[in-house]
Design a protein around this ligand. Structure first.
Ligand SMILES: Nc1ncnc2c1ncn2[C@@H]1O[C@H](COP(=O)(O)OP(=O)(O)OP(=O)(O)O)[C@@H](O)[C@H]1O
Ligand code: SF4
Ligand SMILES: [Mg+2]
Length: 338
């Protein structure tokens, strides 16, 4: 059986002010089947939302290159026309909760009508059936049917995000892409939304791409973690291995910047800043910020396969090149700790 989603060498570049920005640059991953979640983590501007937009094919007008392969249940999606994609795939098979979506709910439309809208547009169902389905979805996301009659301003942030998730579930998608679904919420509401997503993952077995800058949050729900840096995925692997034993210095530094996983140890800030996306560093894109760089890093590292089926774009994973060097971050001055 083919995997639910197989993405190979996906590329999306933008043209802006005469410059080319490779926002998604040779990204590959697989989501095997029902109820599996991939977490995509990385700093701002690393290309997380661009990957999501490419998968659901909502590309801005200034997209300059869109190439690679996206297979859903073995079906190549990139050969579909925009109309075929809209009719067969978007919302029906792949749905998305957009970054900041809860802030752009239509203020003059009741929640139930907003949830029913895609069903009424796309399927010949009656208004009454649409309303009943909206109420069922509102129950499923823990709000209750009575919320169908409310306007967005009558909902808290967490309730709005539940309503947005209900909207994405309207046409029973197999894959749900969630772009920073909890970043605007406080910690306790964030935990409730995470519980809801875990529930949807278990039953009805929705597969997910969970996008966040918070690697700890991603590991809470995701089976696999992809670490995005400057358009590439610099590390890919099972969450249970990536967190305790990262194979890319950027991942290791992301983990060092977390308060939660280090017990009493205060977090350390990530060194340096992300590169100019239109003028990426030569060789390894992370080398200007990498405390472990060495001569080989002048060459751009490929995605080097790892024993767990994942990969990492760091020469330290190629024993012939690493020549005994280990991925151990140097101790940093505790005065630098946040
Ligand atoms: N329409 C566009 N035209 C030109 N450049 C764009 C466009 N959209 C995004 N970019 C650039 O592409 C790169 C990737 O942006 P993207 O929004 O995918 O990042 P992100 O990882 O989602 O960031 P964040 O965490 O802030 O949401 C950034 O350098 C961004 O400035
Ligand atoms: S390839 Fe070199 S510069 Fe890049 S992450 Fe690995 S050690 Fe650092
Ligand atoms: Mg984004």
């Amino acid at each position: 059986m083919p995997p639910l989603l197989a993405v190979t060498d996906l590329r999306l570049a933008y043209r802006a002010e005469g410059r080319t920005i490779p926002a998604v640059d040779g990204v590959s991953f697989t989501i095997k089947g029902k109820g599996e979640a991939l977490g995509v983590v990385g700093e701002s501007g690393s290309g997380k939302s661009s990957l999501a937009n490419a998968l659901i094919r909502l590309l801005p007008k200034n997209s300059a290159e869109f190439s690679g392969s996206i297979r859903l249940d073995g079906q190549e999606l990139t050969v579909l026309s925009d109309e075929q994609f809209r009719r067969q795939i978007r919302w029906r098979r792949i749905a998305m909760v957009f970054q900041g979506a809860m802030n752009v709910l239509n203020p003059v439309l009741r929640i139930g009508d907003q949830i029913a809208e895609p069903m009424l547009l796309d399927r010949a169902i009656s208004k009454r059936a649409g309303r009943a389905r909206a109420e069922e979805l509102l129950e499923r996301v823990g709000l209750g049917a009575a919320f169908a009659g409310r306007y967005p301003h009558e909902l808290s942030g967490g309730q709005k995000q539940r309503a947005v998730i209900a909207t994405a579930l309207a046409l029973s998608p197999d894959l749900l892409i969630l772009d920073e679904p909890t970043s605007a919420l406080d910690v306790s509401v964030q935990a409730q939304i995470m519980d809801l997503l875990k529930g949807l993952k278990a039953d009805p077995g929705i597969s997910m791409i969970f996008i966040t800058h918070d690697i700890a949050l991603a590991s809470d729900i995701c089976d696999t973690i992809a670490v995005a840096y400057a358009g590439e995925h610099v590390e890919l692997g099972p969450a249970e291995r990536v967190l305790p034993a990262p194979r890319h210095p950027y991942t290791a530094l992301l983990l060092e910047s977390l308060p939660r996983l280090r017990g009493e140890t205060p977090p350390l800030p990530m060194p340096g800043s992300p590169p100019d996306p239109a003028a990426l560093p030569h060789g390894c894109r992370f080398h200007p910020r990498c405390p472990l760089r060495f001569e080989a890093c002048d060459d751009h590292p490929p995605a080097i396969p790892l024993a767990d089926g994942g990969n990492a774009r760091c020469w330290l994973n190629d024993p012939a090149v690493a020549d005994g060097r280990q991925l151990v971050l140097p101790a940093r001055d505790t005065a630098a700790r946040a």
